[in-house]
Design a binder for this molecule. Structure first.
Ligand code: GAP
Length: 446
């Protein structure tokens, strides 16, 4: 990390804010938590939903060449044999015989000393550890009933390729998209919601004909994904598109790009975009014996389409939005000259869990309270609104910390002339707006 890439925020600040304001909690916290699992609180659930909706809108709704899909989490175990997950989806792990801690071999600087207890010669030889979480189906817990919780959503789309293109009447180039939970028994989950054991993926599988335009299609998806992050305001200088070299990509992949964000601990992968050739469909055809080729009516020819995949982690993208939005700002009161600091989340308005906060100037003045409730109710169907009351300074502080772009204050002037103040989160500038014009005023800005 270079000096100008130094983090503006620590992960401790992010986790503290996430808990304090109800974005993310440790799962089963009252029982001491469970490693690699997290719960999204009232604001976090909306934030993550907004991230998923933003992905879905661009990748499915605004396109006529991508269809929606939603496959089951547990699939026939053969799926994972064909995909290579049973044989190869493993990390090398090392245990310390003294302190019993477990490490990923690739994370250890040497296999001589345990990095936690410092003892020498206590580490076991690296052993392969399969990352798929297992479950059993039916009343008997034997090897015949063993099944896996999917480690990626993609395979559901591959095994259904024929069902989908026939029922949706699509011909390549076309894509299939789904958002759903995936599970990986990570050896060392960590960095908050970055490496989890249960997480959500948004995956696009785009099938193209073998007509020489496959690399161009891959490039188009890289450009489209760059545009997506830019549209939702992720800082350009903290995002990079790293092109994998031939040795870094799987043997069957013709090209690959990792989308990475500069987190407080360094660069971390948010998404992988890959040209996967015909590998996945070929593997399922070989094991199932079923035909997953595309039959082109026009040319009366059968072929296996080439696959371009974009696979993004929704928890990592949500974490990116939180980290990227975080700002700790020094502000000077224009009247008193007093210098204070404020924490503000500068969320993109489409991502912000609350878009408009509405408050009465005094909670004990019935007319102000009723007017504020009335305004909030009138805006509720159009924006994500929240009514709140209390000390004015604290109200703004709280809305800044949850990233609300606009706050409306109902004061005594409002009762006299029907206007309210609207405060802009980022500039803290206040406008006086006629309450009847609020919907138009906010609509232009949100
Ligand atoms: N179908 C391709 C695939 O699954 P991947 O690079 O293994 O590719 C795609 O995963 C994305 O899923 C990653 O870029 C990341 O955002 C997310 N992801 C993977 N493992 C994760 C984990 N343990 N916790 C949170 N997100 C994870």
């Amino acid at each position: 990390m270079t000096t100008d890439e130094r983090p503006r925020v620590t992960m401790d600040e992010i986790t503290a804010l996430a808990k304090r304001r109800g974005f993310i909690f440790q799962s089963s916290e009252i029982y001491g938590g469970i490693g690699g699992f997290f719960d999204y609180g009232p604001l976090g659930a909306i934030l993550k939903r907004n991230v998923k909706d933003a992905w879905w809108r661009e990748m499915v709704e605004l396109r006529d060449d991508v269809v929606a899909f939603d496959s089951s989490i547990v699939m026939h175990p053969s799926t994972w044999i064909a995909s290579g997950h049973v044989a190869n989806f493993s990390d090398k792990m090392v245990d310390c015989r003294n302190c019993k801690h477990r490490f990923r071999a690739e994370h250890l600087p040497s296999l001589k000393n345990c990095p936690d207890c410092g003892m020498g010669d206590t580490l076991t030889e690296p052993r392969a550890f399969n990352l798929m979480l297992q479950t059993s189906i039916g009343p008997m817990e034997d090897s015949a009933s063993r099944a896996y919780l999917r480690p990626e959503t993609a395979q559901g789309m591959f095994v259904n390729f024929k069902n989908i293109y026939q029922s949706a009447r699509k011909r390549p180039p076309f894509g299939i998209a789904q958002i759903g939970k995936s599970f990986r028994n990570e050896i060392t989950p960590g960095n908050f919601t970055f490496r989890m054991r249960e997480f959500e993926q948004a995956e696009l599988e785009y099938f193209v004909p073998d007509d020489g335009n496959d690399l161009a299609a891959y490039e188009q998806w890289v450009v489209a994904r760059k545009q997506w992050y830019s549209d939702y305001g992720v800082r350009e200088d903290r995002l990079r598109f790293y092109e994998l070299t031939e040795t870094e990509r799987p043997h069957y992949a013709k090209a690959g790009t990792d989308v990475e964000y500069l987190f407080p601990w360094g660069w971390g992968e948010l998404e992988s975009i890959a040209h996967r050739g015909t590998y996945d469909l070929d593997a399922h055809m070989a094991l199932s014996g079923k035909d997953l080729t595309y039959f082109d009516e026009a040319s009366k020819a059968k072929y296996t389409p080439i696959l371009i995949e974009s696979s993004a982690g929704m928890d990592r993208t949500t974490l990116t939005m939180l980290v990227d939005a975080y700002d700790n700002e020094t502000v000077t009161d224009p009247e008193s000259g007093k210098v204070t600091t404020r924490v503000v989340l500068r969320f993109h308005p489409k991502i912000a869990p609350v878009q408009v906060g509405v408050f009465p100037l005094a909670r004990n003045k019935t007319e102000l309270v009723e007017r504020a409730h009335h305004i909030e109710r009138a805006l509720r169907g159009h924006f994500r609104t929240q009514y709140d009351e209390g000390n004015v300074g604290q109200l703004y502080r709280r809305q800044d910390e949850i990233g609300t772009p606009y706050c409306i204050m109902v004061d005594y002037e409002s009762l006299a002339d029907g206007t309210v103040t609207v405060r802009d989160r980022d500039s803290m500038h206040q406008d006086r707006v006629d309450a009847t014009q609020l919907r138009a005023y906010l609509g232009e800005r949100l």
